[in-house]
Structures are given as structure tokens and as C-alpha cells.
Design a protein around this ligand. Structure first.
Ligand code: 4NP
Length: 174
């Protein structure tokens, strides 16, 4: 499947870094993993001044909590630290961020529900739109399952974030 192109990628500079927000339901498993993985990739490639990376949840159940212990354990095995504190996604996030990446269809629709006009709509994608191996279109919710689901989330998120970063990088102006 061809990867989507982001119509709205603007030039990315140190003065005006590109702002990404990953969004799931609770902001304790999938989106903190994506935030940590993308920050790790960006740091590893020496691009941290060009990006601002965050995450949020569409529900408030876990606001204030660190990432889930299983998510942190799996990420640490891959050398990635998850440092987020859960917060709820707000409509003002659609003004602030350049790109908002939903983990599943429910998150996607809940984000669009807060959108006001085409400028907001055009910022919202599913993370798996960027998965080079898209065997399904959602990052499955691992919360109620065993550790294998958390490994699966990590692997899907890592390859999707790498492919997204490859697309964004071409717009960096050094
Ligand atoms: P996340 O996982 O959306 O990937 O952070 C979940 C966390 C908590 C709940 C559901 C999913 N919950 O129902 O509390």
C-alpha cells in the first residue's frame, strides 16, 4: 500500500519546530509509547531541536499518571524511556499541534468531534496510515491483555513512527 503524503507539511526549522501529538484513550499505554519512540528516534538522529513531541488521551480516567508499567518495561527493553504524564486531549491541541495521530478509529472520531473547520480536520491522521506493514488500521488497545500485546504495540508504533519521521525529515531546513 502506498504511504500517504501529508498535504500540510510546512518547512520545519529550529525557530518553528514541527509539533506532533499522539493520541489514544487513556494516555498511559499506546500514545506514551509513540511519544517515547518518536522522541528517541528524533534524538538518535540529532533532530531534537526540530520537533516538539507530546501525547494525550481522549478520556480522563488516568490523568496525572505515568505510563503503564508494562508499556515502560517493554520500551526499556528497546532502550526507550517513557516519561509522559497522562493528560486529556483538548480542542486547543488542534490549534497548537501541526499533526495529531490517533491510535484507533474511536480516538480518531473523538478527535474529529473536537475539530472546528478544515484547518483542524487536515491535521488528524491514524498513526497506522504511516505503517509500512499495515496488516490492520488500528494500534490495538493492549490494556486488558497480556504482555505480548504490549510488545505488538511497541513494534507497530516503532515502524510507523520511523516511516512518519522519514516523511517529515525532508521538510527540515537547516
Ligand atoms: P491506552 O490504553 O488508551 O493505550 O492508554 C488504555 C488505558 C486505560 C483504559 C483503556 C485503554 N481504561 O479503560 O482505563
Amino acid at each position: 500500500m502506498a504511504e500517504p503524503t501529508i498535504q500540510t507539511i510546512r518547512p520545519i526549522t529550529k525557530e518553528n519546530p514541527y509539533r506532533l501529538c499522539f493520541v489514544c484513550l487513556g494516555n498511559i499505554c499506546r500514545s506514551p509509547t509513540a511519544e517515547g519512540v518518536m522522541q528517541h528516534e528524533v534524538n538518535h538522529q540529532g533532530l531534537s531541536s526540530f520537533f516538539e513531541i507530546d501525547s494525550a488521551g481522549t478520556a480522563a480516567y488516568h490523568v496525572g499518571e505515568p505510563a503503564n508499567s508494562k508499556s515502560r518495561k517493554v520500551a526499556e527493553e528497546y532502550g526507550v524511556k517513557l516519561l509522559s504524564t497522562a493528560r486529556k486531549f483538548e480542542s486547543s491541541d488542534l490549534d497548537y499541534f501541526d499533526l495529531v495521530l490517533a491510535m484507533d478509529r474511536q480516538n480518531y472520531h473523538n478527535i474529529l468531534h473536537l475539530a472546528n473547520g478544515e484547518a483542524h480536520h487536515s491535521k488528524v491522521y491514524m498513526l497506522r496510515d504511516f505503517d509500512p506493514q499495515p496488516d490492520e488500521d488500528e494500534v490495538p488497545d493492549p490494556y486488558y491483555g497480556g504482555i505480548n500485546g504490549f510488545y505488538h504495540v511497541f513494534e507497530v508504533v516503532q515502524r510507523s513512527c520511523r516511516s512518519l519521521l522519514d516523511q517529515l525529515k525532508v521538510k527540515i531546513e537547516k
